[in-house]
Design a protein around this ligand. Sequence first.
Ligand code: AGP
Length: 678
Amino acid sequence: MCGIVGYIGTQTATEILLSGLEKLEYRGYDSAGIATVLEGDIHCVRAKGKLYNLREKLERENPAQIGIGHTRWATHGKPEEYNAHPHMDMAKRVAVVQNGIIENYRELREELKQLGHDFRSDTDTEVIPHLIAEFLSINSRPQKEHVATLPLAILSPVGATDTFLNGGGIVGSLVGIRDEGGSSRPKVLSPNSPSLFLEAVRQAVNKLEGAFAIAVICADYPDELIIARQQAPLSIGFGQGEFLCASDTLALVAHTRAVLTLENGELARLTPLGVEVYSFAGDRLKKHPRTLNWNPITVEKQGFRHFMLKEIHEQPGVVRAVLEAYLENDWNSAESSKMPIQLGLPIELYADLEQIQIIACGTSWHASLVGKYLLEQLAGIPTTVHYASEFRYAPPPLTANTLTIGVTQSGETADTLAALAMDKERRRSQLPQYQSRLLGITNRPDSSLAALVPQIIATHAGIEIGVAATKTFIAQLLTFYCLALDLSYRRRTLSLKRLEEIINGLRQLPAEIEMILEVQERYIQELTPQFADTQDFIFIGRGINFPIALEGALKLKEISYIHAEGYPAGELKHGPIALLDSKVPVVAIAMPGSVYEKVISNAQEAKARDARLIGVTPMNDPEASETFDNLIPVPAVEELLSPILTVIPLQLLAYHIAARRGLDVDQPRNLAKSVTVE
Ligand code: AGP
């Protein structure tokens, strides 16, 4: 979580940093801060709460041309100004912003305290500027004094340590660094290290454990911005005589399309003259920027009150975009030599496939449950869906010929990435049939996920700003339909006629979503005053619509703060029914198909307990009109395709309830769009 941004160039840094932070505010918004170097000093301004509080506090005239900024989602320490980033060392010469978690900050803090450091915040981050300042100071001392400090473990980089001095100046250092296996080996660094500041940051990051991305400035090195990445995203933007860095390329596109994403274990030195990239071991690396091909207009509200509402309304276009990307245009069952779906995946991914395991979090986990239904019912492949955070620490026994799919819209979710990496690692030493086959489904093909897995299916939803996922969920569902249909075609588990029927049904969906948005939105809006005092909601569905009940409940709770639970309708009577009375509305998804009558019966059971019943049902359904107190009808489609339609009214219901309560729909409390910490 947290967004970091940095600038060095010829323009005034503050405004550029602020507008970058605006683009990153989705990552965290409980406090923000900016530090610049001007006339030999660091100027640091921080404010609790949203970015506009920081904007108000900033001095008008600050012509500094280098700076760093941060928008925070609190991990360690309350969201107060004293915990806001940037953090500085005691002498206020080094300022650091960080995204991630420094797991060994307690040990580092204790050791630094023994060296006389005082800390002003409760954060894990604050150890970093202190550490860098300590390395800057020790590297500049004569060798004798340096050696005298060695008994403290903190100052001896992992493994053997020594520093070569030449006439009082450092020409190179012999340090131990951690190699991949965790053991230590000494390494002689280049005698021409370009900067003591870079070297101090390099030494410091080798001391940090955890997942982090940092940007650092130093009052004594006004022409250098040093950044580093370890398991948290960080990209560099190459402008005209200026360079930027940011947690997300979203904050860079207004300035440049030439972007370089750092990889784990890399740091970079940005100066007005250029960018140098190094490994944490100190080796200079050759890297080339790539060109982004997005349009910045996609991140404006375009007249909608909130991004979330705009994104709900973009869904017909998103469905069209996914189908256009992956369906063969003129395929029909009579011309079966052509492949109906074109995902561009290599044939080896499908060979002898026996199992699929899907790893995801939150809304992506809900989309994966729909995916499981489709993969099992259409392609006949046993599929399991795991919470990434659980999978990491209790993985199921290894299965052979298994495709592992990581689903994450951001491509940056720490739990999902770590679970995928763990599964890849544990399969490495196994027999060939157990080797990992990894596939990612993401809306950000330029994300960390893409670096981790060899194959990606892009979901083509366009950038989503609202913290509550809407259009990216629909896009994930569509991608699963395409994958399941592709597999069923290849495995011959569906007749070509049936395949054609489903594909034709998919093609109708954009117009059907448009109809829901046109016809139902006003009705849903008019319904919301009736929930002004509601404190609990229950959502029920069965079969392929059970995950939609979960998603409806998640949407409502995350943006309206109303307690909401989703259940398989048949489970209601096994406990949750005890919660029901006239104050608890029950939203039931009842679409024609294998479980329609069952859901109606389950809804009746709730009605008998005085619950108010809201039905997401097919249009013109007499049975539904008799059962439900309120109907939010959707076009009558076959059950298999219905989740794409039934989720729309639930998104609208959550949105209008929250908007009516005057809540910050796009940036709900305590949440962040990209969850880059464990
Ligand atoms: C969705 O509304 C949530 N904000 C959240 O559950 C989200 O889906 C989850 O954090 C996973 O994110 P990802 O898809 O980017 O991995």
